[in-house]
Structures are given as C-alpha cells and as structure tokens.
Design a protein around this ligand. Structure first.
Ligand SMILES: [Zn+2]
Ligand SMILES: [Zn+2]
Length: 138
C-alpha cells in the first residue's frame, strides 16, 4: 500500500498515512468549522481506517468540539505549532478517521474527488468536483 508522509510546520511531529490509489484524492470541505480551524476557505481531507495512520514522531494534543451530528469530533494537533493532521468524528464509529490530505508530501498531484458542505461555499470559489450541500452520504 502506498504510504505518504506528513510533517507539521515546526517539525516536532511527523506521521505516515497509507492510501490506496482510489483514496489518493482530496475531499474538499467547505463547512464553517473547517474555515475556523484552518483559516482557509476549505480543508483537504480523506476518510481512512484508523490503522492507516501512524504517528512517527512527537505527541499530538486533542481538541474536542460537538459536530453537526451532535456527536464529539476529536481534533489532533501539534501542541507547538497547531498543525492539525487528522480528526476523529465519533459519528463515523471507532474505526475511521479523517486525515488532512493537503499536509501529505506528494499530495499536490491529487485530484479533487468530491466537495462537501457546499452550502457554506464562499461565493467566489468555483465548483471543481461533484458537490454535496451537506455531509457526504454514508
Ligand atoms: Zn509542530
Ligand atoms: Zn469541514
């Protein structure tokens, strides 16, 4: 399985993510929580099995908020520089996590698979892939 390496801005934490070919693509999320957490207009994500991610350096801290579902979302971030490599949406069960694909080396060539939370899209941002107005259908 191809493995991709991520590194936070300060370098205190590093990780690897195994991504099969069909998952080597970004899911763009336009939701307002992602705007606040990232400071950008979207985040770049992929859903992966929990054991596809390995933290290879450092220890991440956790920030928890209540997601759209009302269930907790646990965000994992570097305690020094706040880069946020992944989060766990408990509504998705215990075995799946969401990794930030934009932080992985080699991901610049990834295509956009789909866009979600299109209802929160900023008006000037073009649609680049099929868009769901809310969360992805499960
Ligand atoms: Zn860091
Ligand atoms: Zn989002």
């Amino acid at each position: 399985m191809p493995s991709f390496t991520g590194r936070c801005h300060c370098g205190e934490t590093e990780w690897t993510v195994e991504l099969p070919e069909e998952s080597q693509a970004h899911v763009l999320c336009h939701c307002d929580a992602c705007k606040l957490l990232s400071g950008g207009e979207t985040t770049l994500n992929q859903i992966v099995p929990k054991d596809a991610l390995k933290i290879t350096k450092g220890t991440l801290k956790t920030y928890t908020y209540s997601g759209d579902s009302g269930k907790p979302v646990h965000c994992y971030y570097c305690p020094n520089c706040t880069t946020h490599p992944y989060h766990h949406q408990t509504v998705m069960g215990d075995d799946l996590i969401v990794v930030r694909t934009g932080l992985l080396q080699g991901s610049k060539s990834f295509k956009v698979a789909v866009e979600i939370y299109g209802k929160d899209r900023l008006g000037w941002q073009p649609e680049v892939a099929h868009t769901f107005e809310g969360p992805p259908p499960s």
